[in-house]
Design a protein around this ligand. Sequence first.
Ligand code: GDP
Ligand code: MG
Length: 358
Amino acid sequence: MPFRSGFVCILGRPNAGKSTLLNALVGEKLAIISPKPQTTRNRIQGVVHVPPGKGKNKGKRNDGGQIVLVDTPGVHKPDSSLGRKMMVEVREALEGCDLVLVIMDVTRKFDPRDQFALDLLRRPKTKAFLILNKVDLIREKSKLLPLIEQYRKLYSFAEVVPISALKRNGLDTLLEMVIAALPAGPAYFPEDQITDQPARFMAAEIIREQVLVNTSEEIPYATTVIVDNFEEGARLTRIAATIYCEREGQKGILVGKGGLMLKKIGTSARLQIERMMGTKVFLELYVKAEPGWRDSRRFVEELDWRRQLEHRMLEHGTPQPRSPESIMSETRTPEPKSEELPARTGGSADDDPDPTED
Ligand code: GDP
Ligand code: MG
């Protein structure tokens, strides 16, 4: 079997475990995860380097390969500019991929959102595996059989693979099957690269994850994070970011009594970003109310890091991912500083983070 490679799209309704699967296969946390639906808003690519000889597939030796996994926002009926942008991300991911992993949560009944995912596959007809996720939650495995029957009637899946993305069960088998289903091809990414996402965007996502973890009700859906400044040094990365919400009341909750909530979000995010960057991090967080941002097409488009990079390329002629100004800070109307509520979490280069915090 020659070296194989290809783009593999992970498709499924919100909360099926798509991002958990991406992270488990890549072996690093690339996509943020939370029990709240619609956690993933952009398409995220992760690269899995499969070494040669790992397992045999149908008697053929595997010569290794590279899988470019594409995690997508959960498929759902869009209800805002943000929702429509998320569905565009899904459709773009499906275009030109070699294989689709349709991921279903076995603890949930089939519903219109699953049907919506299957309908996306039909135009154009794509080679697909059915991935039955969360089997760790099912005690009697025989209960899976009628489910498999049911799904097979809905689409002609090339393989059906039961897994637990969380417990990492069944993933080696899945990788072998995926490699075998891909065409012979080159490595698209160098071996030390596991994602195409800029660190700047991943930092914004890590902050957004801490907002999701620490808040409830409408706040997770009403917030987004933009990194205004990202300066990477050998020992210290300086980051300034703004958490946007929709109303003053939400801003109050995000800041918390005496700024405590913002401090909590900032500290947890900083520790994770430090791990990702391998440097100390100085993180400044601001909160702003931007009424109706989810319905503003311009605002939503500006959230896309691919678009932010394009803008920078147009402005500077070359990609400048470490440019101190973000696109948003250039396009929004300036507000008086006193409106913003900074939370400084993290010290200077020689200020050790509290070891008990981790
Ligand atoms: P996504 O919306 O499809 O990307 O789903 P996520 O990956 O964000 O996961 C949604 C929730 O399901 C999270 O709370 C995960 O921890 C949980 N989850 C994902 N995979 C599994 C699994 O295999 N078993 C169990 N028990 N939970 C899982
Ligand atoms: Mg996700």
